[in-house]
Design a protein around this ligand. Sequence first.
Ligand code: R1P
Ligand code: URA
Length: 292
Amino acid sequence: MAIAESELILNKDGSIYHLNLKPEHLAQTIITVGDPDRVDLVTQHFETIECNIRKREFHTQTGIYKGHRITVISTGIGTDNIDIVCNELDALVNIDLTTRKNKTERTTLHIIRIGTSGSIQPDIPIDSFVVSEIATGFDSLLHFYKSNHVQLPEISEALAKHIDLDQNKSKPYTVAYDKQLGEHMLSSIVQKGHTVTNVGFYGPQGRVLRLPLQDQELNTKIASFVHEDKKITNLEMETAGIYGLAKLLGHKAVSMNAIVANRTTGEFSQNPKETVKKLIKYTLDKIVDYHL
Ligand code: R1P
Ligand code: URA
């Protein structure tokens, strides 16, 4: 059955609705970043850039780095945007946009997030790097899909119990990285972690400016949760959504976090851009030796 025009929306030039991309614009290796301006920080290392397309917060460039074709796309902030980016990227490779039908042969994308994050452990310092081995989402994105088979419910349930989750908040969901891709990203300067994906930057991450929180102990409780001898390491806003949708759609994903804030010491990086730049170069070179 062809997918209706209201469901798979194409622009007049045949590009997909929000991302404004056509299938030929996309490489199989995709780096996602939150900030549209960070796309140039990645592609400044490229030998060539074949396209530069921008609509709303979605800024895309595809080019060649050390002989490898890579697409870099900004997602903006939050898993609501991740829903759009993952579904539209997948449609570009796995749906025939002319017939509006699923292709019989599937393409697997390698999706690598490079983003900033806040540590919630004193021993994970600012300007260090974390690969999310596990991501737990406190948004509710994955619950809108049939997704039990990709989730790790024992972790979500134990965490919900440990923090005495308020019943008005959505149930957490937990998904792992692609093991092979994720382990390849490790080194002496990049450690594994368990990332919590929050539905906001302030209240949902326990920040108080002027508004009191429903549970002011939430971060402390999250930080003291232990699963198989491992603690939750960091907070950000996209990883669990990326991991969940990538697994459901048959893609491989990993999230690389540049720690710019330490929520236990109250420190913020003196030079977050430099830290992000280091993680970008590191990740690009790891992608090249993965032979994607
Ligand atoms: C909040 O400042 C933003 O920073 C982090 C969070 O996930 C959120 O998107 O990632 P980026 O630096 O990739 O945007
Ligand atoms: N991004 C987040 O989501 N949280 C932080 O504390 C820092 C970056």
